[in-house]
Ligand binder design. Structure first.
Ligand code: GLC
Length: 744
């Protein structure tokens, strides 16, 4: 056992503790190591007491409250079984991308095996899905304990609700567990991020709107879509190219007939303000004339089968070999291919798909002709491991290789990954895969994304409008409700499958186009707020898309809400997730400002709210501060001249740090950024420059919600001009240290 930080305790069985997976970045060298003599012992660490009795661990706090207790550990053939107590009334969250209710205590069995569920995804019971993480949080009011199992092997978790026991059954006899103790989910997630790393800081354009389809099939079609966005003045930053841009679906190629001049096309798109994201699948066509295949064969870079030959997958290009990302040199090789593709054609981002790994093309899997991955064998340093021992880490290692190679350019890229593992937050965004165009799935997207957040993923989204089924168009109402919700996904992309009627924002009639435009514009107006949230995530591991109990840990009811969320600290979003325009909304304690009507509510209370199709219910928290800018058609279209800062501080004080940098390079790591803290209370606002390393926006317009007209506004000891209209006090000032007093 090892003490790694005062609230993280690691214990290792049947494994050399110096071995860690690539998911772990925590360097505990400076930490105290405790070597238990035999399997008995008692240790005091910070606020906690750890007892080991009969080889089993028990952790209590200073007041002797039980926080964590093991019940059993045993090995059987090549498996380990481990049980511990699930404290009464504690909810259970985590495990990665999971459908179904947010509280996983309601589940009986959870499977951790990265897989492509294909059409099974339609059912809420489909488990596992693409992205699984052996990390979970047990939480209730005043109590939160996290468990991270550092193993890439397949696992099953059984929950005995009645007895209050969790049993983990894993492949391999080792068990390497980090227990993270805290009084809130926030503290536990802090600990988890310490272990597996902070989310990466994306370039600013990535936070704009992305439009995607499987596939825009030719240069003409891509240009048509791009022009429509500009013609209709709908902001959009990225167009995604799906598998049909490739020649015979071979990675890093272009189809000569459909995309005869990709470099020129990308230049044109860039000049219109678009970025280009291309899909990459880890399938290399088995073909003796194919250069990439020959190189991989000669260097022995491919995944093997159990007999020592190449594992033959059925990928998009047909019979395919798959790179063995467990080896560092293969990751480098793969990364270099991306880099070359960028240098040659100027693409701006990559979508790493089918990296569970999915070893069968979709069509084959529907027809039941798929090749199952169970025969895959991954060799490195003379050791060969079957997929069930390492499979869950494949996508993480792929993204790790791609990210580190692209980083050398000094430019921030965009990587989107379907699968993943603990630590994937350091390299890529993730989405929820092939979600359906149904009311059930728009609803599921909220609880799934909340659960992904609680699994340490920050940069997440779902296919806006829904991806499947083929042949059928999403209905207009669902599309609009989804666009409205998507404004508040950390990653905002519309994407849909082949053989569906067109589903771009202008395909649902004039009124729908106006509504969609208005909401995409809202996203662009909110970019300074959103970018600042990403900075907080990057620096402090603070969640962006978060459950109500993250901000209201003492509100018992908040733990059960999974159809509303907080978007950063200031905005509560209660999306409409069904045909009806009415819904119940739970507002936790304190005042809430209805963003649209200006009505002030006082929580805790549930309200019934009717939102016609032009409205998604959003509320500003008391003490909430939002930062807006003029919407643009794409990031960087015009110089941003002014921030509009909305302040709602009725009773509670609040603060928000605005973050600015160049949005594209890594210069921020050398201090080239600016942080401006806005602190607000009902009668005072302070602007404080915390760090000035980048010029950014100078002009600030404060819009302060005040029920009564103030008598005077004092800025830095002098009377200052202001305007007051319809409960909004407006003050124009500059981005320097200021003290503003409001006399009422
Ligand atoms: C998978 C992906 C989807 C993509 C399709 C074709 O289904 O999840 O996003 O469009 O493959 O490449």
């Amino acid at each position: 056992m090892e003490e790694t930080s005062c609230n993280i305790i690691r214990f290792v069985r049947n494994k050399d503790p110096s071995r860690r997976t690539e998911a772990v970045v925590f360097d505990s060298c400076s930490c105290v190591k405790i070597e238990p003599t035999g399997s008995e012992g008692r240790y005091s660490i910070g606020f906690y007491t750890i007892r080991i009795v009969g080889g089993l661990v028990e952790i209590r706090d200073n007041n002797d409250n039980l926080l964590f207790r093991e019940i059993e550990f045993k090995t059987q053939k090549d498996r380990a079984m481990w049980s511990h107590v699930l404290v009464e009334d504690a909810r259970l969250y985590g495990f990665g991308g999971k459908d179904g209710p947010l509280d996983k205590r309601k589940w009986r069995r959870i499977v951790l095996r990265n897989t492509d569920p294909t059409m099974r995804y339609r059912s809420p019971e489909a488990d596992p899905l693409y992205l699984n993480i052996p990390f979970y949080i047990m939480a209730k009011k005043g109590y939160a304990v996290g468990v991270y199992i550092d193993s890439p092997s397949y696992m099953e978790v059984h929950i005995d609700k009645k007895k209050g026991v969790i049993t983990v059954e894993k492949i391999g006899t080792d068990l390497d567990v980090y227990i993270i103790l805290g009084s809130s989910v926030k503290e536990v997630l802090d600990g988890y991020v310490k272990i597996t790393g902070k989310p990466y800081m994306p370039p600013l354009w990535v936070l704009g709107f992305h439009q995607s389809k499987w596939s825009y099939k030719s240069e003409e079609e891509v240009m048509f879509i791009a022009k429509k966005f500009r013609e209709y003045n709908i902001p959009c930053d990225a167009i995604h190219l799906d598998i049909d841009y490739m020649d015979g679906f071979k990675p890093f190629t272009w189809h000569p007939g459909r995309f005869p001049n990709p470099k020129h096309m990308i230049e044109q798109l860039h000049s219109m303000g678009f970025k280009v994201v291309v899909i990459v699948d880890p399938y290399i066509k088995i073909d003796d004339r194919d250069k990439l295949f020959l190189e991989g064969i000669n260097k022995d870079y491919f995944v093997k089968d159990k007999k020592g030959g190449i594992f033959v997958a059925r990928g998009w290009p047909g019979k395919s070999a798959m790179p063995n990302f467990l080896r560092e040199e293969v990751r480098k090789w793969w990364g270099e291919l991306y880099l070359r593709f960028y240098r040659e054609y100027g693409v701006d981002g990559f979508k790493n798909d089918m990296n569970e790994p999915s070893t069968e093309t979709r069509l084959r899997s529907y027809l039941g002709l798929g090749v199952k991955p169970k025969n895959m064998v991954f060799c490195r340093n003379g050791e060969c491991l079957e997929i069930e021992k390492v499979g869950n880490i494949y996508a993480l290692l792929e993204c790790m290789g791609v990210y580190s190679t692209l980083r050398k350019t000094g430019r921030r890229f965009f990587i989107l990954s379907r699968s993943g593992f603990a630590g994937i937050q350091r390299y890529s965004a993730n989405w929820t895969g092939d979600i359906w165009s149904t009311w059930r799935h728009i609803r599921a997207s909220v609880s799934m994304l909340l659960n992904m957040s609680l699994s340490g993923l920050f940069f997440i989204g779902a296919d806006i409008g829904g991806f499947f089924p083929p042949f059928k168009k999403t209905n207009r109402k669902l599309y609009l409700r989804w666009i409205q919700l998507g404004v508040f996904y950390p990653f905002m992309r519309a994407h849909y499958a082949k053989a569906r009627p067109p589903q771009e924002p202008w395909c649902f009639g004039k009124e729908a186009l106006e509504i969609a435009r208005r909401y995409i514009e809202l996203r662009y107006s909110l970019l300074p707020y959103i970018y600042s949230l990403f900075r907080r995530a990057h620096i402090d591991g603070e969640l962006i898309f978060r459950p109500l109990f993250y901000d209201f840990p003492y509100d018992e009811k908040a733990y059960d809400i999974d159809d509303q969320f907080m978007f950063g600290p200031s905005i509560l979003v209660a999306p409409i997730l069904h045909r009806k325009d009415q819904r119940e909304i739970y507002l936790p304690g304190g005042y809430w400002l209805d963003y649209w009507s200006g009505e002030v509510y006082s929580g805790p209370k549930s309200i019934s709210y009717t939102a016609d199709l032009s409205i998604i219910p959003i509320f500003v928290r008391d003490g909430g501060i939002l930062v807006f800018q003029e919407p643009q058609r794409y990031v960087g279209e015009k110089k941003v001249e002014k921030y509009d800062i909305l302040v709602f501080s009725k009773e509670r004080a609040g603060e928000f740090v605005i973050y600015e940098d160049d949005g594209i390079s890594y210069d921020f790591e050398r201090g080239i950024y600016t942080e401006t803290k806005i602190m607000a209370s009902p009668t005072q606002i302070q602007i404080k420059i915390l760090h000035r390393g980048y010029e950014g926006v100078q002009h600030l317009r404060l819009r302060i919600f005040m029920e009564m007209k103030p008598k005077e506004v004092i800025l830095d000891d002098s009377k200052y001009r202001f305007s007051y209209h319809d409960r909004w006090l407006e003050i124009e000032t500059t981005k320097t240290n200021h003290e503003i007093r409001i006399e009422i």
